[in-house]
Design a protein around this ligand. Structure first.
Ligand SMILES: [Ca+2]
Ligand SMILES: [Ca+2]
Ligand SMILES: [Ca+2]
Ligand SMILES: [Ca+2]
Length: 481
């Protein structure tokens, strides 16, 4: 199957690229659609769309209930959320101690229907016998494995502070069987007082290493961003030297570096929503394993924030997600390229509970994947064949592939469909089908064996479900003599 081949070869390339290869990364996706966020007041999940494409999620109809206590699964404190390659969304609840999987199967825009929600891990009584008493962070990798940042608890069961790797070994759709939860890293010095170690977020870097944020408050474990490298490739980072402190951003008045994200070029973002109210960016540019003062930048600063999550959007915006008064999402963009988002116009609220008709108290958020199109190969001789590969949002999505003979026009927005990037005055629909169990649609294309076919053509897919069809990126096909 093409998609499996693609991901396997990608994995092989990543392994070849890094001598200390650990984990194939998945996030951030290359294109983004709607934003899912957990709300621990509402005890559910919201889907925020920008249906009128005005750049925000504040308009009527743009706050959609994605999951609200249905069936016998009643959320109490949903703390974190992530979205996998197949469109499955995972959330962890740190009070009822479960990981819940959500996927919209009937294409109505939510995961509230029968068969759309299921518990995939009991974080107290799983078959691996590993306690995860207070899950604060979730991430998913390119192999569909889950990564958990867990803090120990002040009440029984206590559990440990650490990073856990969850793999569905028997492919029965959950992470609850024996051996499926692995202790990837137990924080040294974490046992004992609850505040010795509080791992809050975990992230898989493009360098295939694992990063996590530590906000321990007793001084036993140093606060900041830690890096985990499985040097002896035995499947964990519990061996000497495998965990190291990458970065302690500047300490000013008891910082609270809660959230963490790492972009594809190694920029590490962490937010401090203590009285300092600062977002820092660092990058280990000299590759010595630590981020020094010369390698860090105060990226943003404000007042009265409670940033529970930081997201990296495909347009380069850094999204700060917070429960505050008012609740809000702030998009940061370094418009003048001076290395921060502290200049006029660089911070924009794209959701605010005082403006939107629906108040949402955001405890964590994740971006869904938007359709992505590529031609493989993108250049082909007349009389030969190529394929158009569309990665949709999820399995079973409708995919329509169009080819335009006209020159590429200036892109223009067409709400709620996204951005049109092919010439609509001369296009033809080449194919129409459903994405496979990997969320991928492959359309083989035979190029006519005629010199009159020589030229450059524009391609775009439209993909999605009844609730949300969305345009892919522009892809070019070059036909040569
Ligand atoms: Ca809007
Ligand atoms: Ca549904
Ligand atoms: Ca399983
Ligand atoms: Ca190891």
């Amino acid at each position: 199957m093409a998609s499996r081949t693609v991901s396997r070869s990608l994995f092989a390339a990543l392994l070849g690229a890094a001598a200390t290869a650990q984990v194939p990364p998945l996030l951030p996706f290359q294109r983004h659609l709607d934003l899912l966020c957990v709300d621990s007041t509402f005890d559910g999940v919201w889907r925020l769309a920008d249906l009128n494409q005005d750049g925000d999620h504040n308009d009527a109809g743009e706050q959609i209930v994605y999951y609200s206590d249905v069936g016998n699964i009643t959320l109490t404190n949903p703390a974190c959320i992530t979205v996998a390659q197949d469109g499955t969304c995972y959330i962890a609840d740190s009070t009822i101690d479960i990981i819940l999987a959500l996927r919209d199967q009937n294409g109505d825009g939510d995961a509230n229907d029968a068969g759309e929600f299921r518990v995939v891990c009991n974080s107290i009584a799983n078959g691996s016998g590993i306690l995860m008493a207070s899950i604060q962070g979730l991430c998913v990798d390119g192999l569909g494995r889950l990564w958990v940042a867990n803090a120990n608890s002040g009440t029984t069961p206590l559990g440990n502070d650490g990073i856990y790797q969850l793999t569905d070994l028997n492919t029965d759709g959950d992470f609850d069987d024996a051996g499926e939860v692995v202790d990837y890293y137990t924080v040294v010095g974490g046992a004992g007082a609850v505040g010795n170690s509080i791992p809050t977020k975990v992230w898989i870097g493009t360098d295939t290493n694992v990063y996590y944020a530590e906000v321990g408050s007793t001084g036993v474990v140093t606060k900041g961003v830690w890096k985990l490298v499985d040097g002896n490739t035995d499947g964990d980072c519990n061996d000497p030297g495998e965990a190291s402190l990458l970065w302690t951003p500047p300490f000013v008045n008891s910082p609270f570096y809660w959230s963490l994200a790492v972009d594809p070029v190694g920029n590490v973002y962490t937010t401090d929503h203590s009285a300092n109210e600062q977002v820092w960016r660092g990058n280990d540019l000299n590759g010595n394993g630590t981020i020094e003062p010369s390698e860090q930048t105060l990226f943003y600063q404000t007042s009265a924030s409670t940033w529970w999550d930081v997201l990296l959007r495909d347009d380069g915006a850094v999204l700060l997600v917070e429960a505050q008064t008012p609740d809000r999402i702030t998009a940061l963009r370094d418009l003048n390229n001076d290395g921060d988002a502290r200049d006029a116009g660089e911070a924009v609220e794209i959701y605010q509970s005082g403006v939107a008709p629906q108040a949402i108290s955001m405890r964590g958020a994740a971006l869904m994947r938007a359709p992505r199109l590529g031609a493989a190969p993108p250049s082909v001789q007349i009389g030969n064949a190529t394929s158009f590969i569309t990665e949709a949002n999820k399995p079973g999505d409708l995919v329509v592939v169009a080819l335009s003979v006209g020159p590429a026009p200036l892109p223009f927005p067409l709400a709620p469909w996204g951005t049109v990037e092919i010439d609509l005055s001369g296009f033809v629909v080449l194919g129409f089908g459903l994405s496979d169990p990997f969320g991928v649609h492959v359309l083989p294309f035979a190029v006519p064996n005629s010199l009159s076919a020589v030229g450059t053509y524009g391609l775009q897919s439209l993909a999605g479900d009844n609730f949300r069809l969305f345009l892919s990126n522009y892809a070019a096909l070059q036909i040569t003599p």
